[in-house]
Design a protein around this ligand. Structure first.
Ligand code: NAP
Length: 268
């Protein structure tokens, strides 16, 4: 629906681009003329995904753990040596696990905050300093989650994603002077292989809740990719500092306690 040349001559970095939502985002950019770098930890899976994505355009795989500033510096160098510039950063990498807050181990809490909040900040800061600030142009989209009414059952990711949404507002303001726009997209439950990473009782929970929101379906990875393309494009050139929910109204309606209640029932 967008012009196929919309991202011609643009270079995009998608963290976590090897799977699920990140893969759909990478594919959509490639189909609209961009050159794409995908980055995540599992080298073999990353390279396999890049091979698959190469049928839609030029895609490079660079292993990187977003929790490691050294890895991100090496990633920036690899991009510098390949294309010499970067136009758009999609911070999509992340993960979490279900647990009621009162039994959440300190280590688990810290791991999710480190990945989803600190990792996202390191990526924003290092990529802005390597490319966007010197170029005087850039675009960042942070993928968060439906956290407007909290996230009972996954309080760690709720806090981390709310932090990223606030970071989006701060960076949007601080970096407007460099021609950088910073926005976020907040997916509701999206039917991806990412849901398979949850334990079996959670997968059952997801299947039971499918079709229960006001739009009667889970989201598709492409629903998220379309929103990301819009916010990354010149069509959104006056939009910065916002979070766009892509969630079939889940941020407004529906039982926000259902995951927590299912967890508590399972633990009895
Ligand atoms: N699916 C949903 O319903 C939903 C809803 C709201 C938000 N989200 C969020 O949207 C994003 C994509 O979700 P998805 O469903 O597509 O899940 P997914 O397939 O599990 O994707 C997560 C990706 O992030 C990468 N990753 C995780 N930690 C990383 C790290 N420290 N450094 C670099 N890469 C890392 C993973 O690759 P490696 O394992 O190779 O590192 C993987 O490719 C995630 O942040 C997820 O939490 C998903």
């Amino acid at each position: 629906m967008f012009a196929p040349s919309l991202f011609e001559n643009k270079t995009i970095l998608v963290s976590g681009g090897r799977s699920g939502i990140g893969f759909a985002i990478s594919k959509a950019f490639l189909e609209h003329g961009a050159e794409v770098f995908i980055a995540s930890r599992k080298k073999e899976l990353l390279e396999k995904a890049a091979e698959e994505l190469n049928q839609f355009g030029k895609c490079h795989a660079v292993p990187c753990d977003i929790r490691s500033p050294e890895d991100i510096n090496a990633l920036a160098t690899a991009i510098q040596e390949t294309t010499g510039r970067l136009d758009i950063l999609i911070n999509n990498a992340g993960g979490q696990f279900p647990a009621p807050a009162h039994v959440m181990a300190e280590k688990g809490w810290a791991a999710v905050i480190n990945n989803n909040l600190n990792g996202t900040f390191y990526m924003c800061q290092k990529i802005a300093n390597s490319f966007f600030i010197p170029q005087n142009s850039g675009n960042i989209i942070n993928i968060t989650a439906n956290v407007l009414r909290g996230f009972p059952g996954m309080a760690h990711t709720g806090a981390a994603r709310a932090g990223v949404e606030n970071l989006t507002k701060s960076l949007g303001q601080e970096w407007a002077t460099y021609g950088i726009r910073v926005n976020a997209v907040a997916p509701g439950t999206i039917d991806t292989t990412g849901l398979d990473n949850y334990p079996p009782f959670m997968r059952n929970f997801f299947r039971k809740t499918e079709g229960k929101n006001l739009m009667k379906r889970f989201g598709k990875a492409e629903d998220v990719a379309n929103a990301v393309l819009f916010l990354s494009s010149p069509l959104a050139s006056y939009i910065s500092g916002v979070t766009l929910p892509v969630d079939g109204l889940e941020h407004l309606a529906g039982d926000r306690m259902d995951m927590y209640n299912a967890l508590m029932k399972m633990m009895k």
